[in-house]
Design a protein around this ligand. Structure first.
Ligand code: ATP
Length: 341
């Protein structure tokens, strides 16, 4: 019997609950320190205890997954804690396209794919000496906003970078990525592409709450100026958002363009869940600063179904359940290789 496996973090509860609801077996690869938390949930059939998530590469772990015909659902923690080489070397089938995860982790490749998809991206800034407007400085990979900072000039950039280095938050030789800061309403657009149905579904929208940049916005500017610490964009949680209906057509077009570009550049394409992340400005023009080529934690707010999925499904449908449904359909029609890599 096919089972669904994932790492104990990020959106694992949603993913495994969805799999159980679809009648699949569930396996959690769980760090020992978090065992107590995950034992609370009866929909988790089996827990593989590890000291660190990289043990998923060990023979012992792979054997258990193999014996259970597991499909691994990749999420942000897998990407944050493993290199692209390590992820690509996993021999257990991974849901979606494991090859595209490298494009998510590498800022240069990421920008290329977004441009090929015709997504309006913020202007990148090659050198700190070219900073002549407000920019955001990012680290490689899915760092979840930790250690990111804003800068308005080269001096500002150097001062903040040095402060973060001395605090041990970033390292001296770490390559940083600079891009123009896009102001507006944050919107993280969540999609699912089914290679079985060859159809794109729009699932929902979330907003991220990031500390301590959000906390700063709640205090008067005099106190903000006295703040000597470099504010970070560390994500703490997510909340739901619905868009003006007039924006939906463009949302689908962006999703479809992204799926098309992924098909051309990273075979077999953008299969399964993904997210296009950006901001809407005062003219409702979208600028996209990021994509995630797998399920995002922002889907956790819709564990019982999202507003847009209630238009497509006459049952509560979470992203975790949608993934499990795709696996089930693929398995029944002997097309599992179409939905995994
Ligand atoms: P993820 O965990 O999604 O992989 P990440 O570490 O790749 O995240 P981003 O999503 O690129 O990071 O950025 C983190 C946060 O920084 C965003 O949620 C947003 O608040 C802010 N941000 C990033 N790029 C921009 C931009 N160009 N303009 C304005 N804000 C931005």
């Amino acid at each position: 019997m096919t089972s669904v496996a994932t790492l104990g973090s990020h959106c694992s509860l949603q993913v495994l609950k969805g799999a159980k609801d679809e009648g699949l077996q569930t396996i959690l690869v769980c760090e020992k320190k978090r065992e107590k938390l995950y034992r609370r949930f009866s929909f988790i059939d089996e827990i593989i205890l590890v000291d660190s998530f990289s043990e998923i590469l060990d023979k012992k772990c792979q054997l258990v997954l193999e014996q259970n015909d597991a499909v691994i659902i990749p999420h942000g923690t897998l990407i944050a804690q493993m290199t692209s080489e390590q992820i690509e070397s996993i021999s257990i089938p991974i849901f979606g396209n494991k090859w595209i995860l490298r494009w998510e982790s590498d800022r240069g490749m990421k920008e290329k794919l977004m441009r090929e998809a015709n997504l309006p991206v913020p202007t990148p800034v090659e050198n700190p000496s070219d900073i002549d407007r407000l920019v955001i400085v990012k680290r490689q990979g899915a760092a979840g906003g930790k250690g990111y900072f804003l800068a308005a000039s080269e001096n500002d950039y150097n001062a903040k970078r040095n402060q973060l280095i001395s605090q041990g938050i970033i390292s001296k030789d770490e390559p940083l990525y600079i891009q123009e800061y896009a102001a507006g309403v944050l919107a993280y657009l969540q999609f699912f592409y089914s290679p079985i149905k060859e159809e794109l579904e729009f699932f929902g929208v979330d907003q991220r709450h990031e500390s301590d940049i959000e906390g700063l916005a709640r205090i008067p500017s005099e106190q903000q100026l006295k703040n000597t610490k470099v504010p970070s964009f560390n994500v703490i949680g997510n909340s739901p958002l619905v868009l003006r209906e007039s924006l939906l057509d463009q949302v689908y077009t962006m999703g479809e363009n992204f799926v098309d570009a992924a098909k051309r550049f990273v075979s077999p394409g953008m299969n399964g869940p993904f997210c296009i992340e950006g901001v809407y400005d005062e003219n409702a023009k979208f600028t996209s600063f990021e994509f995630s080529a797998r399920i995002v934690a922002g889907t956790n707010i819709y564990m019982d179904g999202s507003p847009y999925y209630s238009l497509l499904y006459n049952e509560p449908m979470s992203m975790g359940k949608r993934i499990a449904r795709e696996i089930k359909i693929a398995d029944k029609s002997k097309q599992l290789d179409k939905v995994t890599t």
